[in-house]
Design a protein around this ligand. Structure first.
Ligand code: PEP
Ligand code: MG
Length: 328
């Protein structure tokens, strides 16, 4: 297994008809970075910054966060690091914030993600300061979770510019160009407004976990409705396709970083819908890469077109699995 991994690690992810795909890693804890590099990830597509806020009474300082980002960038040695701003809420909670926001923070429709960051700009500013200072050590990108409208991004960008100006006035050296600022597309309304959002974002990352949950009004953590939580539902696929096309039309990079990126079963469909950049937990990269190496992107696109004409997710699953069987 060790040799198979090391052979795969060095091979770029290119489909049998020559389409190159970028495979990056999602991380929740900095210790995962060694595993990220061992599995041949081309960067970190999603650093969930929540761990810095969980299991403690107080908020993390700017220096705490700077140290984390700097260490990761140094280990990545030139590969990009995408840091998501705080997304406490829904399934992730923090004692230091529950006092202020009460139940709203546990409510998936409440004060969470970028909403909380804009409501508590002090928290966002601390994250930005740490990221901007760390940006001297390698390519960093800033990803905003739970974006619903262009206003979220405009406000978040205004604060980013303000923080950069303050750092410069204080005499901090920061990179000449500010890091790209992008939005997670994980709310159906954001997906449908993707053309407008693409005007104010430098990149998109589709969060298919929450996108599935909100599209189908099905709690991703509630076992009683797990059978309804279906990323192959035609509505979810349409939103993924629409968002991807909007990114292409508007010339901004797009990646997908939900759980479906990590499962080779979905790879032909995601490629067929136009996705060329996937981010997943690092240990899944080799098996997704193996699937991509043997796959024809042209055939996957044709199959995706047929799938997108279907109305029933059972039939979609069948068309997908049948395609995979033939590919072997
Ligand atoms: C998602 O929602 O798809 C996602 C990648 O983020 P998280 O699982 O942290 O909500
Ligand atoms: Mg999410």
């Amino acid at each position: 297994r060790a040799t198979r991994l090391s052979v795969l690690k060095e091979r770029p992810a290119i489909t049998s008809d020559g389409v190159s795909i970028t495979l990056k890693a999602n991380i929740e804890l900095p210790v995962e970075i060694d595993n990220v590099l061992e599995n041949g990830a081309e960067g970190v597509g999603l650093l969930r910054s929540e761990f810095m806020y969980m299991n403690r009474e107080t908020l993390p300082s700017e220096d705490d966060q700077y140290d984390v980002f700097k260490t990761l960038l140094e280990k990545l040695d030139g590969k990009p690091l995408t840091v998501r701003t705080l997304d406490i809420g829904g399934d992730k909670t923090a004692k230091s914030l529950i006092d202020d926001f009460g139940n709203s923070i546990c409510n998936p429709l409440g004060m969470r993600g970028v909403r909380l960051s804009l409501n508590r700009p002090d928290i966002l500013e601390t994250q930005y300061r740490a990221m901007l200072r760390a940006s001297l050590h390698g390519p960093i990108q800033i990803l905003l979770p739970m974006v619903t409208s262009v206003n979220d991004v405009r406000q978040a960008r205004r604060i980013l510019h303000k923080v950069a100006a303050e750092l410069r006035t204080e005499g901090h050296e920061i990179a000449q160009y500010l890091p790209p600022l992008g939005a997670m597309i994980e709310i159906p309304g954001a997906a449908l407004a993707a053309d407008a959002l693409a005007q104010v974002c430098e990149f998109f990352a589709i969060g298919s976990n929450d996108l599935t949950m909100y599209t189908l009004a099905t709690d991703r953590a509630d076992e009683q409705v797990a059978h309804l939580y279906d990323p192959l539902h035609p509505a979810v696929l349409r939103l993924i396709q629409f968002t991807t096309q909007a990114a292409l039309r508007n010339n901004i990079p797009i990646s997908l970083c939900g759980e479906i990126a990590a499962n080779p079963r979905y790879s032909p469909l995601l490629l067929g819908l136009g996705i060329r950049d996937l981010s997943m937990s690092a240990s899944n990269i080799p098996k997704v890469k193996e699937r991509l190496l043997e796959m024809e992107c042209g055939a996957a696109t044709q199959r995706a077109n047929i799938i997108m004409e279907q109305t029933d997710s059972g039939r979609i699953a069948m068309l997908l699995d049948d395609f995979s069987d033939r590919g072997r």
